[in-house]
Design a protein around this ligand. Structure first.
Ligand code: RAM
Length: 887
């Protein structure tokens, strides 16, 4: 059986409102035979769901390509639904049936020329309330189809005939608002009725106008919220109608007294009114604001993803009533309550309790994270906020009656709707908890923008953090649309010289972070410009994104080249260094690894990635230039930092790790660095001292350089500093500091102590890529070739991981059995090839199932290598067994 499944358009299932750029189609093959390779595909596109008339047909196209097939031949019309289906042939000649029908729908022809007008409600805004905007729409014919296209300055929530439109939150999303603004598309056919319809929108301040940054600043992007909307209707009789924001719209106050991302929401339910209510409406103001920056939605939307029940309600020693969600989460609390009209309840959110068990929110700084709700008082009422989110595990309740019912509270988890792709489990419950914490770090911090943390008055798209975590994130979830949008913002926000702001989207020019002179371009932070697109390329085979970002990558490296007098060293300017490393004086933010060393190492790395991108994109001249630039940087690096005896002159763990990971030293210098790293770790009692920059690469370097056992040792340390230290302290997400809670129970200073900061969660990549052993192939990206090389080590009896790749599910699972055998189960998706290393195996003793591996169906090559046996496998599921030797 050959089946085509998971047919997607631009990574998405049946997207609506895509831009008019020819979309890319991807699919997966399922086959019950091993070694299945696609020989040909055929795609048909039709305007009809039954494919009655075919608009476009590729015919039988001889190709093994099954991801990102771009429909370049198709001339797209706006506002139109296109159905498509795929069939394939494999190398045995088998032909699949057509895939199930999928569709994509185009959005506006030219959103920059949107005929609708921006409307706003200045009087309501002056009162601080979230405005309501509305318009009555009369319909006297049968509707065949209806869409709303909408965006806002600020945030918006649409309502049609008293029902919320769509399931997305925090629309239009956070982009570099001055330069790019997304619009969303909604199918509303079934929400309309004959006669009078009321179309409404709530507006919130959001990132655009609310508090942002840690300096109590507001209105980073603008001072007024506004709406831009078009309702587009096609009637059964073939005629069309459009209703635009503009004249005829009205505004009034809503029950949202104030709403702010950091501060929370104040809501007075007594002010709730029907959308059809006749009181207090005044004409909306029409304003002029640019439209040339409007683009179709790029990212996956933020949705409600999960619901958590609180695990306890308790009184603190100080007498506070506190709910415990059992998980540091991001979203909000939905609650039901009954009481008297005008009764006020308050919910404050915090991540942690202090050593005495009291509610502790000092580390949240100025982000109030407070919900104040005034009751209507007519029976059971339910509330959840609109334009704010909280990062919390504990909620302090005030004003509730004595009889609080736990089941009246639900934790609603919100984040970008990325497909969960990675699963990992092993024989250590503590490591499994660490994996859980990493995953929750991603859930909490991938709310439209990759943020450093989701709770205090920061929540910014720090480039360094994103760069450190992007590989792990892309194992755990499909991050391609998420990073596509963010990288476009990075590109848009890059300075004319190519500098990269500390966070993306950048804040207004007058905002000064206080770090450095320029607020942009720290090494290891700005390198997000090269590392993130390259990671997307490796993990998803996204050449188009690489092409799109290529200029930005080039600009970043040429920015570096222009710094200082020596074009091959980066030894000028401000850098965050090995942020929060433990090898300088206690309490310092910056580790002791020389910042120019780090900067030059990343410079070399970014140039090497840009060079690789040039090769992929066929830019031969560029590639040659970057190759020679890279050689010169490496030379300069060695001259500057490698002593005559072959040692790296900077004797820190991070210094060794970077040189090894980025291939900056060879031969005996490399051997010495491996040795030195081991020594430095031993000197620290087999503990790490690395910060944000060194940590992500530490364990991969150890496993790569023949020191896998030491990597395991570090993993299994439970005392400070280590990954499991925080796990044993009860962490449910990853901490910003190795000692967020110190051994004596006290906290790192409150001014910067997040308990949900994913940077150190970058160890996740090591769990997938080394422990379980699943890695991409940069020459055959998107897992077209799957590398599987498990690295068993002391302390684990078994480990297994799976990844839903673009081609299908990859599995690697190993187990040491009690009778001293090693079993390794592997799954290689159809239309890909596996390159497998079975550590410690002997070719002659290796079985696949019960037969010698050499004879097994699907095994294309088998050879003895230093680490064990190397196999090249066709697709399929395999089960290898061999005697455990030195594993
Ligand atoms: C902190 C952020 C972030 C880090 C920067 C340098 O404020 O939380 O994690 O990248 O500093």
């Amino acid at each position: 059986m050959l089946i085509v499944t998971k047919v997607r358009c631009e990574y998405k299932e049946n997207p609506i409102g895509i831009s008019l750029v020819a979309p890319r189609i991807s699919w997966q093959l399922l086959s019950d035979i091993r070694n299945c390779i696609q020989m040909a595909y055929r795609i048909q596109v039709s305007k009809n769901a039954d494919f009655h008339t075919i608009l476009w047909d590729t015919g039988t196209s001889t190709s093994s390509q099954s991801i990102h097939v771009q429909l370049t031949g198709l001339h797209l019309q706006p506002k139109l639904r296109y159905y498509y289906r795929v069939k394939v042939w494999d190398q045995s000649g088998a032909e699949s049936a057509w895939s199930s029908r999928a569709f994509f729908e185009t959005g506006l022809e030219n959103p920059q020329l949107w005929p609708a007008q921006w409307i706003c409600a200045p009087a309501v805004q002056d009162m601080g309330h979230s405005p309501r905007m509305r318009k009555f729409v009369n319909i006297d014919k049968a509707v065949r189809s209806a869409r709303i296209y909408a965006t806002a300055l600020g945030l918006y929530e649409l309502h049609l005939n008293n029902q919320r439109v769509g399931d997305q939150y925090f629309t239009p999303g956070w982009t570099s608002y001055g330069k790019r603004l997304q619009y969303q598309s909604y199918e509303v056919t079934d929400m309309l009725k004959k006669g009078s319809n009321v179309l409404g929108a709530l507006l919130g301040d959001g990132w655009y106008k609310g508090y942002l940054g840690w300096k109590n600043d507001k209105a980073m992007f603008g001072t007024r919220t506004a709406l831009l909307l078009e309702l587009y209707i096609q009637y059964e009789d073939g005629t069309e109608d459009q209703f635009m924001s503009g004249p005829g719209w009205e505004s009034s106050i809503s029950a949202i007294v104030s709403s702010d991302i950091y501060m929370g929401e104040i809501y007075d339910a007594r002010l709730e009114r029907e959308w059809t209510d006749s009181d207090g409406w005044i004409p909306a103001d029409i304003i002029h604001y640019r439209k040339d920056i409007i683009v179709a939605q790029e990212n996956v939307p933020v949705l409600q993803q999960e619901q958590l029940k609180p695990i306890a309600l308790f009184q603190t020693p100080q007498g506070d009533t506190v709910l415990d969600m059992g998980q540091n989460m991001v979203g909000w609390l939905r609650f039901a309550i009954q009481g008297s009209p005008g009764q006020k309840v308050e919910l404050e959110h915090a991540e942690i309790l202090d050593a005495e068990g009291n509610f502790y929110r000092d580390n949240i700084r100025n982000a109030a994270q407070r919900i104040v709700y005034t009751l209507r008082g007519n029976g059971l009422e339910q509330f959840e906020p609109h334009f704010t989110f909280q990062g919390f595990r504990y909620v302090r309740l005030t004003g509730f009656s004595d009889k609080i019912q736990l089941d009246h509270f639900i934790g609603v988890v919100l984040h970008s709707n990325m497909e969960r792709t990675g699963h990992f489990e092993c024989s250590s419950p503590l490591v499994n908890q660490l994996h859980h914490n990493i995953l929750w770090g991603q859930k909490g911090n991938f709310l439209d923008v990759p943020t450093d943390c989701p709770q205090r008055d920061e929540r910014l798209g720090w480039t360094g953090d994103a760069q450190m975590f992007v590989r792990t994130a892309s194992y755990l979830m499909n991050t391609a649309p998420f990073f596509t949008k963010w990288l476009r913002d990075l590109k848009a926000d890059q300075t004319a010289e190519g500098g990269v702001p500390f966070f993306i989207p950048n804040l207004k020019e007058s905002f000064s972070s206080g770090w450095g002179e320029t607020d942009h371009s720290s090494a290891a932070w700005g390198d997000a410009a090269t590392i993130c697109p390259w990671t997307m390329y490796e993990m998803y085979g996204d050449t188009l994104l690489l092409q799109e970002q290529y200029e930005s990558m080039k600009k970043w490296v040429s920015y570096i080249q222009e710094q200082g007098d020596n074009p091959y060293l980066w030894n000028t300017g401000f850098h965050f260094g090995d942020w929060l490393a433990l090898d300088s004086e206690p309490g310092s933010y910056v580790g002791s690894t020389d910042i120019a060393y780090i900067a030059t190492a990343f410079y070399a790395y970014s140039v090497s990635l840009t060079q690789k991108a040039a090769v992929v994109l066929g830019k031969t001249e560029d590639s040659e230039q970057y190759r020679s630039l890279h050689t010169k940087i490496v030379e300069a690096f060695q001259n500057e930092y490698v002593t005559a005896s072959g040692d790296i002159s900077i004797a820190t763990q991070t210094a060794q790790v970077l040189a090894l990971r980025f291939g900056l030293i060879q031969g005996s210098a490399r051997e010495r660095a491996i040795q030195k790293l081991e020594e430095l770790l031993h000197d620290a009692g087999d503990h790490l001292k690395t910060g944000f920059v060194g940590t992500p690469y530490l364990n991969p370097v150890l496993s790569e350089c023949g020191n896998n056992k030491l990597a395991y040792k570090l993993l299994f340390q439970k005392d400070y500093p280590s990954w499991l230290y925080q796990v044993t302290k009860g962490a449910t997400t990853v901490w910003e500091h190795w000692d967020g809670i110190k051994e004596d129970g006290s906290f790192w200073s409150a001014d910067m102590n997040s308990f949900n900061h994913y940077a150190y969660g970058a160890i996740g990549e090591w769990l997938y890529r080394y422990v379980a052993g699943i890695g991409p192939d940069e020459n055959n990206p998107g897992f077209k070739v799957v590398h599987i090389h498990p690295h068993p080590g002391p302390g684990l009896e078994w480990a297994e991981a799976s990844i839903k790749s673009m081609y299908g599910d990859i599995i690697s699972s190993w187990r040491k059995t009690t009778d001293h055998k090693m079993t390794v189960s592997i799954s290689v998706p159809a239309n890909t090839e596996g390159v497998v290393i079975l550590p410690g195996a002997q070719r002659t003793e290796l079985l696949e199932g019960v037969i010698p591996a050499e004879q097994a169906d699907g095994v294309k090559r088998i050879e003895a290598v230093e680490q064990g046996v190397r196999l090249v496998l066709g697709s399929g599921a395999y089960h290898f067994v061999y005697p455990q030797s030195h594993t």
